[in-house]
Design a protein. Sequence first.
Length: 194
Amino acid sequence: MLSEVTQAGLVDRRGILAIIEAVVNSKEPTLITRYGLIKSYLALIFGIEDELDDYEKYEKTVKELYNALVNRRLKYVYLIYKDDDYDAFDLILISPIELNNEQHAIISEKASLYGSILQDSYLRLGEHAELYHTLERTISDLVTKWAGKDSVADAVADAVFALANEYSLDEKYVRGVFALFCRKYGVCKGVGGT
């Protein structure tokens, strides 16, 4: 069952699935997503239909997931930019490798440029879309290089399977999501255990 909690009660597995969904459903292969998108996928996974019990479980899972991100308690998942005003703009990175402190600091420094984009104006964020995508590609390319992968798509594939293995996710579900990613980008031959 997807609602079982991952290792030592860190976070509901559905939170990890929402992270995977947010990354693999991007417009182009990337290792980065926004926390607001993760919350949206989590709501879809929960299938909230105005039932108080489901909403309370969703809210609890959101809080546990965010706490785990902020306190760096998740393996292969990193909060690389934290917006002080609105957590939906926080940037989350998944990685096929565990980043050391130096690598995490380099990535966080680059991600701080995203804060400069936001400070210009939340309302005009769309005007800076190309700048944001350049930043996203730069960070994804750097982590891909550190992981020894040939492409960002390969790095995404390995990161998805690293998360699935680490958090004992439903293999059939993960393979289905992953197959859609592979078809979408025409990649993944022999990657990530396929």
